[in-house]
Design a protein around this ligand. Sequence first.
Ligand SMILES: Cc1cc2nc3c(=O)[nH]c(=O)nc-3n(C[C@H](O)[C@H](O)[C@H](O)COP(=O)(O)OP(=O)(O)OC[C@H]3O[C@@H](n4cnc5c(N)ncnc54)[C@H](O)[C@@H]3O)c2cc1C
Length: 454
Amino acid sequence: MEKIVRIVGGGLAGAEAAYQLARRGECVELYEMRPHRMTEAHATGNLGELVCSNSLRSSLITAPAGVLKEEMRRLDSLVIRVAEDNRVPAGSALAVDRESFARGLTQAVEALPKVRIHREEVKDIPSGIVILATGPLTSPALSQQLVSLLGSQHLYFYDAISPIVSAESINLNVAFRAARYEKGDDDYLNLPLTRDEYYRFIDALLTAERVPTHGFERFVPFEGCMPIEEIADRGKETLAFGPMRAVGLIDLRSGQRPYAVVQLRQENQEKTLYNLVGFQTKMTYAAQRRVFAMIPGLENAEFVRLGSLHRNTFINSPQHLCPTLQWRQRSNLFFAGQMTGVEGYIESAATGLVAGVNAARLIAEEPPVVPPPTTALGALLRYITDPERKSFQPMNVNFGLLPPLSEPLRKKAKKEMMAQRALADMEAWVRNTEGGEVFVPLDADPNVPSAVAR
Ligand SMILES: Cc1cc2nc3c(=O)[nH]c(=O)nc-3n(C[C@H](O)[C@H](O)[C@H](O)COP(=O)(O)OP(=O)(O)OC[C@H]3O[C@@H](n4cnc5c(N)ncnc54)[C@H](O)[C@@H]3O)c2cc1C
């Protein structure tokens, strides 16, 4: 009997997954609850509706989002093709006419052979081969099912994203390594502030422009994930007693305890990225760049991710998913899109592509695949599914996720070389994978289920 793949959610990830399955000759039942049941942000019944910006970010091949898009193009991504057909002028970015893009994507999926679209809400996780791609605004009934499946501590309804800077852009003449009360190794990089520096920073923070909160996003955050500017609203000293407290920290160079500190925590094993601990924020991106550059040591910082706080449904992928996007406890259940903890339109579509390819390989009894870690897509998948990651927050594609180069290049030359390496490795991987050979020997990965669940 012909096997069917059930895809839940017809957003960017679900539409891309359907296409990848259809082009491999597989049968798909795609479930999308709109227009019968709308989310708080969508306005139409179209598949792949963009709920906010109409930009799919940079097209430059030296920018991480540009590299990811180029990789997806080489993997024959439907989302990228439809986006290019509907592009509007936006300098070096790939921006689209949002209505014709979503209409075009809907028509393309409707025309796929062996793909049936059901306009209904899925409340229970189906049996058989399934791709769950219900996005940041997953319906409450299905969210409840996910809580039962994964445990309430493994499904999140909001993200609280702190900015991340590249290690090489931190001024190490200012930063000092220490853990509070010398507990643990010198795990943190600390950026000390004098009283004057602290007050100048707070004044800038209080007057910085903030992103308005949508009605459906109003919520009472836990104390541990309040935006820093809202903590500062409570009083100018509050941050100095909260995330910026210097208690237990001595700057050995001065022998003094600073008035306040910003702590930076290592974000990846390669030590190329550091996050600003407790600095989730709803300041606009422009305001963040300006205000955070006032922190001593971050004057020339390169922000690979800026802070945010959103309504967002995502799972604790490092604890639950393989890099192939299979749930570790049921190899025929795939997750895709923003709910895997990737952040952004193209990242979501890219995970849909991988889930679609691997669901097709499961049917064909071929081992699942993951692009190499030197590619933007491979690096992103490994980041979100690294079981060593303890505190997980969604991530967008950036060069800090890729393994360091063998030669120590800097800035533009480094980005160009990383982009070249990514595309060359993707090219080789596509050749080998399409030729029937698995480029990455996933059987060697202990987290990848070897048995094909039926
Ligand atoms: C308010 C808001 C603004 C955003 N702004 C941006 C931005 O500017 N730029 C950016 O890159 N990203 C933005 N994002 C993130 C963006 O939503 C994702 O990047 C992208 O849309 C995720 O793709 P997806 O396929 O995972 O989810 P979606 O595109 O949301 O698709 C999921 C689909 O599943 C459907 N669905 C949900 N539950 C069920 C169910 N139980 N049964 C059947 N169908 C269901 C939904 O109707 C939806 O169509 C924003 C998110 C939100 C919430």
